[in-house]
Design a protein around this ligand. Structure first.
Ligand SMILES: *Cc1c(COP(=O)(O)O)cnc(C)c1O
Length: 412
């Protein structure tokens, strides 16, 4: 008899966005003529930029010739892409990495979910709350998160609430934790962390022998030059942090699939007998066993982002989304809503009026304005009382959605 991994049975049945889709579909069945605008799911809408498309065509043509054909590539990625990353994302910020500290991935979701394989099942983990659900769910699948309680909290996870009261700056835990997940700029709140605050986390980690898993998927949206793009801008982070990047939000690669993970060679974890083991070779070993690399075409596409034309085009798309974001912030604020984020990230985190819970507000907005948002509670217990809007729509739809919200909010 094959026994199931019953940790899976502890997970909530549905992924958040599947729940949302179900409710939106129910609405559409009842109102077939309604034109629903989604400011909900965090997927991009603008097409790939010309530099990327050209690179993909070229790579595809190469693959169709004897000389240019490539089969399995290196599991950790091609050097041409790793060199471009090093030269553009790290050296200008004074960060020196070895090429074999960079692992090309097929997007950050896989690696943020898989990275926990490097640590024992009985490590303690802490997350900021609300949070990208992958971090906890991937730990829950192997039993590290414990059980999910009625209050939506997992018994073995330490939650660090981020809310309006603390200005979305999580408090450093008052006890030692083995592993901490941080994500900045943050999904879902759209808020950022200053260098001074991030330095406190790195110092905590060095002092307590903690590993930080740092998700920088939205770093390209940072507009304020004082905000760190990488945790390695902080001295000592090479000894305590793994960092995840993705081209999904940077360059519209949600369907192309490519990103990268930094596992510094200075980062170690302990054995039960107190020996120190570097994690870089372990991750390399893991990837060689379970991953056969990102497609050559995707990696050539990613490389094109770092050409002068690519950089300009990618920036233009980010600016386009940030114009949505600014418009959303100013409109929602003028309607009297309390809004956070949206300045260095494509997300607006909006406090909902008293008397609503976040699913209730979601349904009211759907039925009243035909606009979809994401209920904050879907990202963790501290998300209750908030909803998330994304700036990834096109200008016309976003403005139309804002007009509808304005009309609707005057009525309620
Ligand atoms: C979108 C997103 C990612 C990246 O996902 P990909 O797998 O690279 O498409 C990673 N982390 C967060 C927090 C995200 O929102």
């Amino acid at each position: 008899m094959a026994l199931v991994n019953d940790h899976f049975l502890k997970l909530p049945n549905n992924y958040l966005f599947a729940d949302i889709a179900k409710k939106v579909n129910a609405f559409k069945v009842m109102h077939p003529k309604a034109d629903v605008i989604s400011l909900g799911i965090g997927d991009v809408t603008q097409p790939l930029c010309p530099a990327v498309v050209e690179a993909m065509h070229k790579a595809a043509d190469e693959m169709g010739t004897f000389e240019g054909f490539r089969g399995y590539g290196p599991e950790q990625g091609y050097d041409f892409l790793r060199e471009a990353i090093l030269k553009n994302d790290f050296l200008p910020r004074g960060i020196h990495l070895d090429l074999d500290e960079i692992f090309i991935n097929d997007g950050a979701k896989s690696d943020t979910g898989n990275i926990q394989e490097l640590i024992r099942w009985d490590n303690s983990i802490a997350v900021t709350d609300p949070i990208y659900p992958v971090y906890i769910d991937s730990n829950a699948m192997i039993g590290r998160a414990g059980l999910k309680g009625e209050d939506g909290r997992w018994s073995n996870v330490i939650y660090m609430p981020c809310n309006a009261k603390n200005g979305f700056v999580p408090e450093i835990p008052d006890r030692r934790v083995d592993v901490i997940y941080l994500c900045y700029p943050n999904n879902p709140t759209g808020t950022v962390i200053s260098k001074e605050e991030l330095r406190k986390w790195v110092n905590y980690a060095l002092h307590n022998d903690t590993i930080i898993f740092y998700d920088a998927a939205y770093q390209a949206y940072i507009q304020d030059d004082t905000i760190p793009h990488s945790i390695y801008e902080i001295r000592g982070a090479r000894k305590c942090a793994i960092e995840f990047h993705s081209f999904s939000k940077t360059a519209g690669f949600t369907g192309v699939r490519c990103g990268y993970t930094i596992v510094p060679k200075d980062l170690t974890a302990a054995t039960l007998t107190g020996e120190r083991v570097p994690l870089n070779p372990l991750w390399y070993r893991r990837q060689c066993t379970k991953f056969n690399g990102t497609s050559y075409i995707s990696q050539r596409a990613a490389e094109a982002i770092y050409t002068p034309e690519g950089k300009e085009q990618v920036k233009a798309t980010i600016d386009y989304y940030m114009q949505n974001s600014h418009k959303m912030l100013s409109t929602l604020r003028s309607l009297g809503f309390e809004c956070y984020g949206g300045e260095n990230a494509p997300y607006i985190w909006m406090r909902i009026p008293d008397g609503f819970d976040s699913w209730h507000f979601f349904e009211n907005l759907l039925y009243g304005a035909n606009v979809v948002c994401t209920p904050g509670v879907g990202f963790g217990p501290s998300g209750e009382g908030y909803v998330r809007f994304t700036a990834f729509g096109n200008h016309e739809k976003t403005e139309e959605a804002l007009d509808r919200i304005a009309k609707w909010s005057r009525k309620v």
